[in-house]
Design a protein around this ligand. Structure first.
Ligand code: NAD
Length: 249
């Protein structure tokens, strides 16, 4: 037993993909889960599915790049469950292009969601965690923090998330609040499966992995579930790569 029963978790971008898998894994441990996504309809649908499966879930539409929206998310969580113990900063977007063709809007959109959004959500939930004397934040980075051509915006944001993780870990550790990051490699989500050139992408990823398979959303959900449990209480400010043994390049 991971002793997560009755805890409350906000998982951003959890209407689908990796976030949805994380929310499900936590719900299965008895966590009250807040499904939040910019796609509020999909979030509502997914929360309803989880409730039908016997879990405690609510949905809140949010745009994590907007401070007011994040404030409403925090308030809705407190209203529904009385506090927040766990935050998983998972929502993220890509706008891939070489730097010459990349617009300032492409830069701003990716930095605002992937980096500022994680900062805003952390800032919003920390008072409740401090009050409870216990908290867990897990930030979803990416192996792209090492750099990827066409992803100057995305890799900057995902490297930034690691700096955010370490600084917050140092600030909050004494309050029994740990902050760690997970860097997924290639993960086969429904979104990715529907891409036209998916077979080509899969073959490329398989060739570079040292483990002879592709990643599944559950691979990320498993490590997040461990990191938010008491078993990971002595781990703070770390970055865990879940990339099938594929490192830079
Ligand atoms: P996804 O696109 O399937 O899901 C992301 C969710 O975030 C979507 O439901 C989207 O609506 C939501 N979202 C986007 N902008 C938002 C905003 N401003 N406010 C609230 N919600 C917002 O993506 P995924 O593949 O499941 O990825 C999840 C995370 O994992 C992302 O941070 C991504 O960068 C990271 N990641 C994914 C992979 C991979 O291979 N899939 C690899 C490395 C890192």
């Amino acid at each position: 037993d991971l002793h997560l029963r009755e805890k409350t978790a906000i998982i951003t971008g959890s209407a689908r993909g990796i976030g949805a898998a994380i929310a499900k894994a936590l719900a299965e441990e008895g966590v009250n889960v807040v499904i939040t996504d910019i796609n509020s309809e999909a979030a509502a649908e997914y929360a309803k599915d989880l409730v039908e499966q016997g879990h405690n879930a609510i949905s809140v539409g949010s745009d994590i790049s907007d401070p007011e929206s994040v404030d409403l998310l925090q308030k809705a969580t407190l209203e529904a469950f009385g506090g927040v113990d766990i935050l998983v900063n998972n929502a993220g977007i890509v706008r891939d292009r070489g730097i010459i063709k990349m617009s300032v809007e492409d830069w701003d959109a990716v930095l605002s969601t992937n980096l500022k959004g994680s900062w805003l959500c952390s800032k919003a939930v920390l008072p409740s965690m401090a009050q409870r004397g216990w908290g867990r934040i897990v930030n979803i980075s990416s192996r792209a923090h090492w750099g990827n051509p066409g992803q100057t915006n995305y890799s900057s944001a995902k490297a930034g998330v690691i700096g955010l993780t370490r600084s917050l870990a140092m600030e909050q550790g004494r309050r029994n609040i740990t902050v760690n990051a997970v860097a997924p490699g290639f993960i086969l989500t429904d979104g990715i499966k529907s891409l036209d050139h998916i077979e080509h992408i899969k073959a490329g990823a398989l060739e570079k992995n040292t483990v002879p398979r592709l990643g599944e959303p559950e691979d990320i959900a498993n490590i997040v579930t461990f990191l938010v449990s008491d078993r990971a209480g002595y781990i703070n400010g770390e970055l865990v790569h879940v990339s099938g043994g594929r490192y830079s390049g």
